[in-house]
Design a protein around this ligand. Sequence first.
Ligand code: HEC
Ligand code: HEC
Length: 162
Amino acid sequence: MRKDRSARRRAARACAASLLLALFALSGSVRADAKRAAPADPSYVAECGSCHLAYPPGLLSAASWGQVMQGLERHFGSDASVDAATHAHIDRYLREHAGAERKFGTSALRISETRWFRKEHDEVPAGAWRSATVKSAANCGACHVAAEKGDYSERGVRVPRF
Ligand code: HEC
Ligand code: HEC
């Protein structure tokens, strides 16, 4: 009888330990993905997600975001300017959630021109970028089907035929 109970206790302990381990692993992967998470700031999503995906702030450095925000009147051939208060708000939001300089550099105005991006995408065939459905590397959602949700995982990638 007693033996039985201690075995059960041992099993319960092992179970709790593996649960803890699973939680730990999960929190680790959530942390790792935080840089790519779908942006949560409503004003950023409204102003910067109307012409294209509201890009994850963690995929450019604060210095790069600063440059992007300084040139909104002439933004890749469009006028993306916003009023001063909104500008200050978005500028702060992007800087606070920006990625590391050592990873994303300080000079790129595009996520798609950082060394990090090129490395992550070095196996994408050249023709795919130019295909009719992709057109531009900035068009993340053409291949990452759940990019709007911040999901860039391997199982969500469908590179269109070209
Ligand atoms: C009026 C439309 C418009 C609005 C609004 C807009 N953008 Fe853009 N954005 C563009 C265009 C056009 C491109 C170039 C897309 C391409 O190369 O295919 C672009 C590209 C970008 C890129 C580079 C993407 C890459 O990695 O190649 C970033 C970063 C960016 N925008 C940030 C922003 C931010 C931040 C805001 C809000 C302040 C914003 N955009 C609002 C039109 C817009
Ligand atoms: C032409 C298709 C295509 C486009 C457009 C594209 N990607 Fe990718 N991306 C891929 C492929 C293929 C991979 C590699 C898949 C893998 O191994 O996980 C990848 C990998 C990634 C990864 C790494 C995923 C991981 O879990 O390691 C991130 C993050 C990412 N892309 C973000 C972006 C962003 C942000 C944009 C837009 C600025 C973008 N991608 C545009 C095809 C594309």
